[in-house]
Ligand binder design. Sequence first.
Ligand code: PMP
Length: 409
Amino acid sequence: AVQRDLDIVGGDLTTTLPSGDVVGFAHLDYAASAPSIRAAADAVTAILPYAGSVHRGTGLRAQTSTLEYERARDVVAEFVGARPGDEVIFTRNTTDALNLLARALPDGTTTIVFETEHHANLLPWPNQLRLPVPATPDDAVEAVRAALRTVEGPVLVAVTAASNVTGEIWPVRRIADAAHAAGARVAVDAAQLAPHAPISLTDLGADYLAFSGHKLYAPFGTGVLTGRADWLDAAPPYLAGGGASASVGETPGDVTWTTGPARHEAGTPNLIGAVALAAACSALLRTDRTALHHREQELLTWLRSGLGPLPGLLEVNTFAPDHPRVGIISLALAAHDPAAIASTLSTHHGIGVRAGQFCAHPLTRRLTGTTHTAACGFSESLLRISFGLGTPDDHITRLITALSTLTHP
Ligand code: PMP
């Protein structure tokens, strides 16, 4: 993509410190919501004059909107390398996408999940076999293999591609191979991998993928569920209403539902969100993502080498510290409240990070309850630093300096 497409909207925001100094705002909370890129913002500006009702009505607005909405779907299909028989459904976000899939499972499906998952990939599954935090990627694969031997009927393995707490990249492909060998299907929560690395249904070995626009450099309100159509077409519509119904009779319950994405997209869809998300996908497709990866790894190395020597800060990980990860790290703090530190980073240093348990309570409890951390009196709360496209060196440097001053005054 041309550089302008990848420019961060609001990348030049400033904030005034109590000293009166004005500094550039350093957003280091990409894992919660990333800023939008110019390509997404431009797409919103371009579609707004034409915006009308998708799949409803004639006339320039309705027709342009329908065309652009379906074009957006095609771009997303390309972004995930959709195979014949896969469909792309627009949702509100990853949470919505995974809930949709949970409601589309054939009766009697067991879902195998690790307790490392974000709540969005933990809570929706009705009949789940929950596996404890594995110590290594090999253990993770082996635990899935063993669990698969104990269940009967349809099985879905739901796993995250990259952890929103540790940033660690999960051995999704190996888990998928194990699942497929046992006749199970795999749903991949790609919310955190998608902004940092190509996501391909085929390469990941995924039957389903879910991700959010607002973490992928597009604005809020749009996510994606993509994957195999058969379960989705056989399931009750996620929302009952217009667009999902092909024909409706006189008596209650007399309705024929459509198949394809429309079955689960009842109601007037979020045209602007879909178009913006597709523009972000398209810009990323046209970008040298290997170069982006190297840049992020450079920042990670620098961040970790800056924080590593500071006593009382402990980086938490599920796997070994050298395990591959995206631009996310979480720290346990020995003598400080992460929420207070995050607040001071904001007010006194113009840096936005996140403190807490990041909607992954079983995992953070486990990570902070290990003998090492518990013995030092760490709280269950963590401090998370995350970054991505457009993060300048200076934001990382400022964070290291600020954390060093705040924790060792
Ligand atoms: N899964 C993971 C790994 C996440 O990091 C998040 C967002 N923190 C979600 C799912 C949920 O995404 P959303 O809030 O956009 O639904």
